[in-house]
Design a protein around this ligand. Structure first.
Ligand code: ZN
Length: 296
C-alpha cells in the first residue's frame, strides 16, 4: 500500500494572495531561465499551482491513502478554510484523511483546533512557522502543542527554506523543534521536505526523538543534495523514519516515486555509495506503518 502523507488543496485567488503567488512564480522563473526552460516558463501564470479538489483527486491516483490539508498563515497571505478540507474528505472517506491548519498567531487557535477535530472530523495539524511568522520555541505556543498531544493529533511541520521575502528562515530550522519533541514526547510529528537544506539537522534530530519523522516531498529535483541526504540517512540509521509524500501541488506522488527510483543516477559510473532498492521499497511501501498504525 502507498500512503502520501502530505498534500494540499488551495488555489488562487480564493486562498492565496497576489504577493505570495507572484513571489512563488518569480523564484520558479529564475530557476527555469537558468536551466533553459523558457518554453515552460512562458506557460506559467498565477493559476499554475492551483490545487482544486478535482486536480488533487486526479493526482492522487497512485496512492491508496492520502493525507490532505490546507494552510492558514495570515502573515503570508495564505488562508484555506478547514471546512473546505472536511467537505472534500467526506466525498472520499475510504482514501482521504483530512488534517487541520490553524494559525498560532490567532489568540483562539487552540479552540479552533478543537473545533476542527470535534466538529469537522479532522485528524492532524499542519504548521509552518516560516509562513505563519511564529517562533516555535516561544513557550506561549505550548498550549497548542499540548492540545494536539491530548487529542492524539500528529503535526506536519514545514521546516525548511522557502521564498517569501518576509519570511524569517531562522524559524524554519529543524532544530527549532527539539524542545517541542522533548517536552511532548507522545506527539507524533513530521518534518516536511527532509528539512531542506538542513537535511543533516533533520536526520540527527529524528534519530534521537522517537516520535519525530521526516517526509520526502519536494526534494528529488535537487538530485545532488537528495542523494547525499539519503546516504546520510542510511549512515545514521534513520531510513525507516522517512515517509513518502508529494506536497501536491508542488509535486505529485508519481514524480516522487520516480525521483526515489532514480536517486542514484547522479553518481552513476562512480564508486560512490548507492541507495539500495530494498531501502527505496521500504520508503514507498512500508515506512507509513509506524506512523499510521490504524491503516496497517
Ligand atoms: Zn506543505
Amino acid at each position: 500500500m502507498i500512503v502520501d502523507c502530505h498534500t494540499h488543496v488551495m488555489w488562487y485567488p480564493d486562498h492565496l494572495a497576489d504577493q505570495y503567488v507572484d513571489e512563488a512564480l518569480q523564484s520558479k522563473l529564475v530557476k527555469l531561465k537558468r536551466s533553459g526552460g523558457e518554453a515552460y516558463a512562458a506557460r506559467l501564470d498565477r493559476h499554475s499551482y492551483d490545487s482544486k479538489p478535482e486536480d488533487h483527486w486526479k493526482a492522487s491516483e497512485t496512492a491508496d491513502k492520502v493525507v490532505v490539508f490546507g494552510l492558514q498563515a495570515k502573515a503570508s497571505g495564505i488562508w484555506v478554510p478547514n471546512e473546505l478540507i472536511a467537505d472534500y474528505v467526506k466525498e472520499h472517506p475510504e482514501k482521504l484523511e483530512g488534517w487541520a491548519s490553524v494559525d498560532p498567531t490567532e489568540p483562539d487557535c487552540v479552540e479552533q483546533l478543537e473545533h476542527c477535530v470535534n466538529d469537522l472530523g479532522l485528524r492532524g495539524l499542519k504548521l509552518g512557522p516560516v509562513y505563519q511568522h511564529f517562533d516555535p520555541q516561544d513557550r506561549k505556543h505550548w498550549p497548542l502543542f499540548k492540545k494536539a498531544e491530548e487529542l492524539g493529533l500528529p503535526i506536519m511541520w514545514h521546516q525548511g527554506t522557502t521564498f517569501p521575502s518576509k519570511s524569517r528562515l531562522k524559524w524554519s530550522l529543524p532544530l527549532q523543534l527539539e524542545d517541542i519533541a522533548m517536552d511532548f514526547p507522545d506527539l507524533k510529528m513530521i518534518i516536511a521536505h527532509l528539512g531542506h537544506p538542513w537535511e543533516i539537522d533533520t536526520i540527527v534530530l529524528i534519530r534521537k526523538c522517537p516520535n519525530l519523522y521526516t517526509d520526502l516531498s519536494a526534494v528529488h529535483y535537487r538530485p545532488w543534495r537528495y542523494w547525499q541526504s539519503m546516504i546520510s540517512a542510511m549512515e545514521y540509521g534513520v531510513e525507516h523514519k522517512i515517509l513518502l509524500a508529494s506536497d501536491f501541488p508542488s509535486g505529485t506522488i508519481d514524480n516522487v516515486i520516480n525521483g526515489l527510483r532514480n536517486v542514484n543516477k547522479v553518481v552513476e559510473g562512480t564508486g560512490l555509495p548507492q541507495v539500495p532498492k530494498d531501502v527505496q521499497d521500504m520508503i514507498i511501501y512500508e515506512n507509513w506503518k509506524a506512523f499510521f498504525p490504524y491503516w496497517a
